[in-house]
Write a protein that binds this ligand. Structure first.
Ligand SMILES: O=c1[nH]cnc2c1ncn2[C@@H]1O[C@H](COP(=O)(O)OP(=O)(O)O)[C@@H](O)[C@H]1O
Ligand SMILES: [Ca+2]
Length: 406
């Protein structure tokens, strides 16, 4: 810059000077193609100095339902939903930065459950939408994310946002994510014992912000909230015959309805003559989780951040405030499950699955992962106004691999 262009610099503190702001502001666009919806996250970052971590200055977030997997037989239509969201980024990112702003879409459990062929058809249509956009399209910009990355990147997001990844004395927190089709648990083991007792494929080393973290992480496919509904009904991975009815004691007695998930139609209903309520429901749900998950001893003594469907069901039943989230114990989910399941007529207006969902969450936490009744769960949707999603961690990882950050 010539001196003439810089004349205003002395009037501004360095961090708000327009010239500096231009130099170190950058954007990243991350799509989360989840099993129940597709979401765009447009992040604005500022890197104030090379020795500090970049700061997240803002996030624009929008979503559409259903998810890509619902378009298994119409891949072009699926890609159109992505195009609609991407148009928002064209408006949000200043034109001179379009070419420097990477765009990536990572699909999770919904696409993992589709056939390879159908998933690839969807992904290649999306890739075309990206190629036609003015943004930077890196290699591997569209794909199915590894389950272990899903947990690690959410862990990075939460621990970055809570300030645990910078400075000394890092006290990281573990995370629990409950999606529609899969669920993740991730934490940094503190005890040698945990590392010794853990099967190798539950441990992953990960490099981020010049540190290496050896994390315990696992993604359980088919254990998301909606997949668990199907498993409880005995309908998961079944060739569904038309007219076939799936019944459960977790549903209102007189209920008969249909439900679409992953492009398949299911008919389901209550136990007209048989039992209903928490006790029989818990036994049904128990069959889905018991003995199916690895139980690390260490988590019995820790507290965890929990989001997605843990958050949604806790707000649906007023266990926490929708805006601010809250702190719960595992037993609070059980108390609420009993209340809902044993009074299903009173909760008629809510989702017919409310009892089943709360009972599944209770069983997953207690019998699945092995948490104690008094384990503390911090339910958060946002930290410092940024969504607690794996997408922020994924964007950092992307920027790092492109050499745009440190
Ligand atoms: O950006 C986000 N912030 C917070 N919660 C989100 C965000 N995106 C999705 N969710 C939550 O994720 C859950 C749905 O899971 P999803 O559709 O991602 O399934 P999957 O992870 O099994 O593929 C819902 O509880 C939804 O509220
Ligand atoms: Ca998800």
């Amino acid at each position: 810059h010539s001196n003439r262009e810089m004349w205003f610099q002395e009037f501004f503190p360095p961090n708000v000077c327009p010239i500096n702001a231009k130099a170190n502001t950058f954007y990243g666009i991350m799509f989360d193609a989840g099993s129940t919806g597709t979401r765009i996250h447009i992040y604005t970052f500022v890197q104030k100095s090379p020795e500090n971590l970049p700061e997240v200055e803002g996030e624009i977030f929008e979503s559409v339902k259903p998810g890509l997997s619902a378009y298994a037989d119409q891949p072009e239509k699926g890609a159109e939903t992505v195009k609609t969201l991407l148009d928002m980024a064209v408006d949000a990112v200043p034109p001179h930065l379009w070419k420097k702003t990477p765009v990536v879409l990572k699909a999770t459990a919904g696409l993992r459950l589709l056939s390879e062929e159908k998933a690839q058809a969807l992904l290649s249509e999306v890739k075309e939408v990206f190629e036609e956009s003015p943004f930077l399209v890196p290699e591997d910009s569209v794909g199915i994310m590894d389950g272990s990355h899903e947990g690690i990147l959410a862990w990075i997001t939460v621990n970055f946002l809570t300030g645990q990844l910078s400075g000394q004395n890092q006290q990281t927190v573990g995370i629990l994510d409950l999606g529609g089709a899969s669920t993740q648990i991730t934490f940094l083991p503190r005890f040698e014992e945990t590392l010794k007792e853990t099967p190798e494929d539950f441990l992953t080393s990960f490099e981020m912000f010049n540190s290496t973290y050896k994390l315990y992480t696992h993604s359980y496919l088919g254990f998301g909230l909606k997949a668990a509904r199907l498993a409880t009904l005995g309908a998961l991975n079944m060739e569904v015959v038309d007219g076939q009815m799936f019944r459960s004691s977790c549903l209102p007695k007189q209920l008969e309805a249909e439900w679409h998930f992953g492009g398949v139609k299911y008919q389901y209903g209550g136990n007209k003559e048989g039992e209903t309520g928490f006790k029989p429901c818990y036994l049904e749900v128990l069959k889905v989780v018991k003995g199916k998950l690895h139980q690390p001893d260490e988590i019995r003594e820790s507290s965890f951040y929990a989001f997605s469907y843990y958050y949604d069901r806790a707000t649906d039943t007023n266990l926490i405030d929708y805006e601010h989230g809250g702190v719960l114990e595992v037993r609070d989910f059980e108390r609420k499950a009993k209340e809902v399941c044993d009074n299903m007529e009173r909760y008629n207006s809510a989702s017919p699955f409310l009892c089943m969902d709360l009972t599944y969450i209770t069983a997953l936490l207690k019998e699945g992962f092995g948490f104690r009744d008094n384990t503390v769960l911090k339910l958060t949707k946002k930290v410092n106004n940024i969504e607690t999603s794996w997408t922020l961690g994924a964007t950092f990882y992307l920027l790092q691999s492109l050499g745009m950050t440190y």
